[in-house]
Design a protein around this ligand. Structure first.
Ligand code: ARG
Length: 580
């Protein structure tokens, strides 16, 4: 169903064009900042008036006259305000009939785009040499929410988990694996249970023993030249590391599957071709025997142009080279319209450069939009990047276990009488949801402070608050007096009912914005406001004690609220509970 905002944009925009005789002017409709002003407001008049050197209020008056003549059923009334805004109040029976369509067809709550695109979403993408740590949390969570939102909006989504599984580190790990294998135990699976530990052990061998370091370097060469034994060990290591990732994805309720893998190694034999294309386009310069590209728009602090290294003097390729090959694949094979990279903001320069090279070399198609969906760093309470007390990187699996443990204490404090097993199930959902929601509800580009006490609070814009609100709403619907109501809203006389209903109808509008600009925190804010409006409605409007028609209508509104909250949280990758 077309959203209210789109209809208003179209109608008011059209009126504005007709009245001003300017083609393609925008109505710029937004939701009203205060309910007293109406439901929506059109802000586009002033800009057009300025162009025409006309009084904005006069132009607004002409637009309103035009619209009133047209008699749009959705609109109850228009009002000119301030320097030339048009406040719009919607018609109650139109609101009710929209809501009733959703009640009977909840899948329509989020409308499908009329312009489905093929969108590649590169997210999570850990380096497989190490175990997933907190640095991977944001990208994994934000990326997964975006794929859910884009998919639900009707786009064709291709997930790409661009794991780092190639390069010098793997030489070191293979050399270390070989060493262990030769020694007494030969119990590789056990050694690899703790990948972080394994990596550190290998690294300290590498740093302290020159022979081992040399052996590591030889290992990389062997691996890259296709030596069977090295490749077997490498594959064994990668398999182990991937199963660690799978366990995390499972725990986090993240939709990434093995078939979404787009490992760096996949591009090995396409890298020389990338270099050939760049050479053919005369983009490559030789600098210190390395092949580099200088793009005039990338200037470093010292005023010199920053090079993009494509191939080292020893023939080795780089992260950028692989990303160029991946762009070629996403562009030419996957035929993507958009390619999103949900990656740490500290890689901004890398992506700016790679995107520019890809465009300049024609590696990226004309139509593809390459977008770095950057996110800030997760900080500890001390304002520094999040670490353990001893200064180590925090493993993701340990962080999630702690979240569940803390949620268990929270649930027990809130509801000690609840069966222990049930409390455990609830704690698992609440713990994971809290970590995810805390992240999603912040503007992704800022750094944010990871704080247990706020994320696990029942107050404020948190997962426990929203999940609890949902469980309460569901409990109303479970009451004996609430059984057998018909899914039909018929009354909107109270302001609280009306505000709640208008909000529900806006889910799709919010989703459309997030699908464009990829800031899921807007959906979080929406759900938080929705829950707040529900609470106000619940306090002001008796439900079960009302006479039958009103009771039925309000129960239907309650049920539509529950549906909206549930769907919204699902799009964030958060599971709801009927009881907490
Ligand atoms: N593996 C990289 C890292 O851990 C992230 C990869 C992001 N995706 C990409 N196409 N470069 O930093």
């Amino acid at each position: 169903m077309t959203t209210i905002k789109s209809i208003l944009n179209e109608q008011v925009g059209n009126a504005l064009c007709r009245v001003s005789s300017i083609e393609q002017c925008k109505a710029n409709v937004i939701t009203a900042s205060r309910p007293e002003f109406g439901d929506y407001q059109a802000n586009g008049i002033m800009k057009v008036a300025k162009r025409l050197k006309q009084s904005p209020r006069e132009l607004a008056a002409a637009v309103v006259t035009f619209l009133e003549k047209k008699n749009i059923s959705l609109v109850e009334s228009y009002e000119i305000a301030g320097p030339g805004f048009i406040n719009i109040r919607l018609n109650n029976s139109e609101l009710i009939s929209r809501a009733n369509v959703f009640l009977n067809n909840p899948e329509l709550l989020v409308s499908k785009t009329s312009y489905p695109k093929t969108i590649v979403v590169d997210y999570s993408s850990p380096n497989l040499a190490k175990e997933m740590h907190v640095g991977h949390l944001r990208g994994t969570i934000i990326g997964d929410s975006l794929v859910r939102i884009l998919e639900r909006s009707g786009h064709n989504i291709i997930r790409q988990n661009h794991v780092g599984d190639w390069g010098t580190q793997f030489g070191m790990l293979i050399a270390y694996l070989q060493e262990i294998q030769k020694s007494k135990e030969n119990n590789l699976p056990r050694q690899l249970l703790d990948l972080e530990h394994f990596y550190r052990a290998a690294k300290s061998r590498f740093d302290s023993d020159k022979n081992f370091a040399d052996e590591s370097r030889r290992s990389v060469v062997k691996l890259q030249s296709g030596d069977t034994e090295s490749n077997k060990l490498w594959a064994q290591f990668i398999e182990e590391s991937l199963s660690h990732c799978d366990a995390i994805y499972d725990k986090l309720n993240v939709t990434l599957k093995r078939e979404d893998l787009d490992a760096e190694s996949r591009y090995n034999n396409q890298l020389s071709e990338v270099v050939r294309i760049l050479e053919q386009k005369n983009l490559i310069t030789i600098s210190d025997e390395a092949k580099v590209i200088f793009l005039p728009n990338f200037v470093g602090k010292d005023g010199n142009i920053l090079p993009v290294i494509i191939q080292k003097s020893d023939g080795g390729y780089l992260y950028s080279t692989t990303d160029l090959a991946a762009i070629k694949f996403r562009s030419a094979e996957l035929k993507a319209d958009r390619s999103l990279y949900v990656v740490d903001a500290r890689q901004s320069l890398h992506f700016d450069q790679v995107f520019s090279v890809a465009k300049a070399a024609g590696i990226a198609s004309k139509k593809i939009s390459l977008e770095h969906i950057a996110y800030g760093t997760m900080m500890g309470n001390d304002g520094k990047p999040f670490k353990t007390r001893s200064g180590d990187i925090v493993k993701l699996t340990e962080l999630l276990d702690e979240a569940i443990k803390r949620a268990y204490e929270l649930v027990t404090a809130k509801n000690p009488a609840l069966d222990k097993e049930l409390r455990k199930v609830i704690a698992e959902k609440v713990g994971i949801a809290s970590v995810k929601y805390a992240d999603l509800s912040k503007n992704r580009t800022s750094d944010y402070i990871f704080e247990w006490s706020t994320m696990l609070s029942f107050e404020g814009n948190t997962a426990p608050y929203l999940m609890y609100a949902y469980a309460r709403i569901k409990s109303i619907l479970k009451k004996p007096e609430a059984q057998n109501f018909t899914a039909n809203i018929s009354s909107l006389n109270e302001i609280e009912e009306r505000l709640l209903l208008v909000k529900i109808l806006q889910l799709s509008e919010v989703i459309q914005i997030v699908a464009e600009d990829c800031y899921p925190n807007q959906l979080c804010n929406y759900l938080y406001e929705l829950a707040g409006l529900f609470m106000k409605f619940y306090e002001a409007c008796p439900i079960l004690k009302s006479e039958e028609r009103i009771r039925n209508s309000r129960l239907a509104l309650v049920s539509l609220t529950a549906e909206t909250l549930n769907q919204g949280l699902d799009l964030l990758g958060i599971e709801t509970l009927e009881q907490m």
